[in-house]
Design a protein around this ligand. Structure first.
Ligand SMILES: NC(=O)c1ccc[n+]([C@@H]2O[C@H](COP(=O)([O-])OP(=O)(O)OC[C@H]3O[C@@H](n4cnc5c(N)ncnc54)[C@H](O)[C@@H]3O)[C@@H](O)[C@H]2O)c1
Length: 363
């Protein structure tokens, strides 16, 4: 089996968590270290994942070596000392800015001056081809509607699979999924469902209540954090698809949908000193036997970036398996288990089994 060659778009905190996490596992006995669903997935180990190209729009990242860029401002992941990361030959390249940078982010990120579109298009195609990348991993900021579509099309034009970690609907959009089918390329998406994040916890509890015959009357989930992802999400106009993705992820687990005004799921604020710590607050209210009321409250405290890396490491390997097997269009099981807004929603136990079946067919 060959290496898994990945081009990353958006060298931000999520990528830093994935990259440093992979390095962490290189120095720890895999069987003893926590955090992995699959030490080996379909024959692929963590060491098989290689980042061969990277694209960003920040002056502090473009033109830098991938290790330097991963530690550049405003990234905050520091699990491994920069000096201890193995050298990378990859230089971060220019991506079109389009709608990637929101108003609050522009206070922190100085954007590069983009080359003309036709020059940039040609340059990116050559860079991806020369790198040998077969997977494009998108970690663009929330609200990057045009930039996501640019990179989804770029995946098709450069014969790459696309792993869409952000809440823009590509795998779950019929027309885009069809484009990937026509191009004979796989797509996994949309919007990564964190390892132990608010979405999986909220979905699981909502389903539990439902299955036990109790009735949910209202529920909310609010999240706060202190990184650029949360800062960006202060801009309400960038949040439309994020809210849909997060809300539908919970609604999809209920036998009967809640009225829209009885469910609120959303990122809610930016608290600078929280850095990559994310706090999630959830409440479920309802009635059980004999219409007697109940409620529950959950407070979740997690590192947002560990949460993303623990899932994208498997999404990448499933994308590679899909390429190996010549699969095209959306990849149903892995999308359902790894993403909040897949083309088809399943319960998490069912989606998990679908992933295992998908992997075992690859062996
Ligand atoms: N648990 C999680 O962390 C989690 C879960 C689900 C989804 N996500 C999503 O993953 C995405 C990445 O999150 P993050 O914390 O790394 O964000 P981040 O702000 O740290 O990183 C985003 C990166 O994208 C770059 N960028 C902006 N516009 C660009 C463009 N046009 N082309 C290329 N690069 C561009 C920025 O310069 C930055 O380096 C977000 O959309 C986030 O909502 C994260």
């Amino acid at each position: 089996m060959g290496k898994i060659k990945v081009a990353v778009v958006g060298v931000g905190n999520c990528f830093a968590g994935l990259y440093q996490g992979l390095e962490y596992y290189r120095h720890h006995e895999i069987t003893e270290a926590a955090g992995l669903m699959h030490p080996v997935l379909g024959g692929y180990t963590l060491d098989d994942i290689e980042f061969v190209a990277a694209f960003d729009v920040s002056e502090e990242k473009v033109g830098k070596n991938l290790v330097e860029a991963t530690y550049a401002h405003p990234n905050e992941v520091r699990w491994i000392k920069k000096e201890e990361m193995p050298k990378s030959e990859v230089i971060v390249q220019e991506s079109p800015i389009l709608d990637g940078l929101g108003i609050y982010i522009l206070e922190r990120v100085k954007p590069i001056k983009n080359k003309p579109k036709d020059v940039l298009d040609k340059q990116i195609k050559e860079q991806i081809k020369n790198s040998g990348a077969r997977i494009i991993l998108s970690y663009l900021p929330v609200g990057s509607a045009d930039a996501t579509r640019y990179w989804a099309q770029m995946a098709i034009d450069t014969n790459c699979a696309f792993v869409n970690c952000i809440p823009e609907f590509i795998a779950s959009d019929e027309k885009w999924a069809q484009k990937f089918t026509d191009a004979k390329l796989p797509i996994l998406g949309d919007d990564i469902k964190a390892q132990v994040g608010s979405t999986i916890v909220h979905r699981t509890l909502a389903r539990l209540v439902d299955e036990r015959g109790a009735l949910i009357e209202s529920t909310y989930q609010i999240n706060v954090g202190g990184n650029t992802d949360f800062l960006n999400m202060k801009e309400q106009s960038r949040l439309k698809s994020k809210r849909i993705s997060k809300t539908e992820s919970v609604q999809s687990q209920l036998k009967k949908r809640l009225p829209d005004d009885q469910i609120y799921v959303g990122p809610s604020d930016f608290i600078p000193f929280l850095s990559n710590t994310k706090l999630g607050f959830m409440r479920i209210e309802g009635k059980m036997w004999a219409d007697v009321p109940f409620n529950m409250e959950i407070r979740l405290e997690v590192d947002d970036k560990a949460n993303s890396g623990g899932i994208s490491v498997d999404a990448i390997r499933c994308a590679q398996i899909a390429l190996d097997r010549g699969l095209a269009g959306y990849i149903e099981g892995p999308s359902a288990y790894f993403m909040k807004h897949p083309p088809v929603q399943h319960s998490d136990p069912v989606a998990r089994q679908m992933v295992e079946d998908f992997i075992s067919q690859a062996k």
